[in-house]
Design a protein around this ligand. Structure first.
Ligand code: NDP
Length: 263
């Protein structure tokens, strides 16, 4: 019988994960099927995972913390960041992983000579990616709309600013990790700030995908090399597939199948 996988989220309709994973299952001859599951109550994740008889799942907004709480075992990195986006069932236990952060790290390798990074936002994704980026040798500054969420990052030794006290400097890479522009037309920071920093940067990434956000449009107007969130989506998906299929496949092949599926 085919192994079953889902993406849990709310909303989930827009997700491109089923397309990526189903194409890879078919092309690699793996007997699996992957579909969307609209999950309203994150507290029910484990119950539904078991009653649907799933082998694995991805988890998207807003259930990554609920997923973390639902797992019986967590890998060290998921434990450290407190968020799970990939779950695999083994011997009736749910194992939780986080492939968002290593996926993002892989996606920035597309650009060369990056040393300093300014991250816009201080939410869940920044929580999971900032440590891994710093451990990989990047110098990280975090700029968030409000100051509430910054204390935690300051404690960990990150340089942080809110819009009110920002002192611009030169950054090789600027990354939008806010949800500004996802379902509205907002910039993630005042335009006066962005006009000071974007022209001096070597690259810009928006981790939102499926639309051209106002800041992505602005970065393109400054002729900076850009990427949208599809690359991160792809890279986290390749790593999740590796867990789902117990490391049986060559990931460069998985990546090229999934890339084609996304395009
Ligand atoms: P959170 O809800 O945890 O954090 C949201 C952040 O955005 C906060 O820092 C918040 O600031 C800021 N923000 C929201 N609205 C605005 C605004 N109008 N102006 C300025 N700042 C704003 O979100 P996540 O970290 O879970 O997700 C962030 C984005 O990343 C989402 O758009 C999500 O879709 C995307 N994403 C993409 C992935 C991919 O694979 N491509 C993977 C994971 C996430 P404040 O603290 O002031 O409220």
């Amino acid at each position: 019988m085919a192994k079953k996988f889902v993406i849990f989220g709310n909303p989930v309709e827009h997700s491109m994960s089923p397309k990526m994973h189903n194409c890879a299952f078919i092309e690699l001859g793996f007997d699996g099927v992957y579909y969307k599951y609209l999950l309203e109550d994150g507290a029910k994740l484990k119950e539904i995972f078991l009653s649907e008889n799933l082998t694995g799942a991805n988890v998207t907004v807003p259930h990554k913390e609920a997923a973390y709480k639902s797992c019986d075992e967590l890998d060290d990195f998921a434990k450290k960041v407190g968020a799970v986006n990939t779950i695999v069932k083994k011997d009736n236990k749910l194992y939780g992983y986080n492939t968002d952060a290593p996926g993002f790290l892989k996606s920035i390798k597309k650009f060369e000579n990056i040393k300093t990074i300014l991250i816009l936002g201080a939410g869940g994704t920044v929580q999971s990616t900032s440590d891994i980026l710093r451990d990989a040798g990047y110098e990280i500054t975090i700029l968030n709309r409000s100051s509430n969420r910054l204390a935690n990052f300051e404690k960990k030794g990150f340089k942080t600013f809110s819009h009110n006290n920002f002192k611009p400097s030169n950054y090789d890479l600027i990354v939008n990790m806010t949800s500004a522009g996802l379902s509205d037309n907002n910039l993630p920071a005042p335009k006066e700030i962005l006009d000071k920093i974007l022209p001096n940067s070597k690259a810009f990434i928006d981790i939102i995908y499926g639309k051209e956000t106002p800041i992505l449009k602005l970065a393109k107007e400054y002729n900076i090399p850009t990427l949208d969130g599809k690359e991160m989506l792809l890279q986290q998906g390749v790593l999740a597939f590796d867990y789902f299929t117990e490391h049986k496949f060559d990931l460069t092949i998985v990546e090229s199948i999934m890339r084609e599926a996304l395009n």
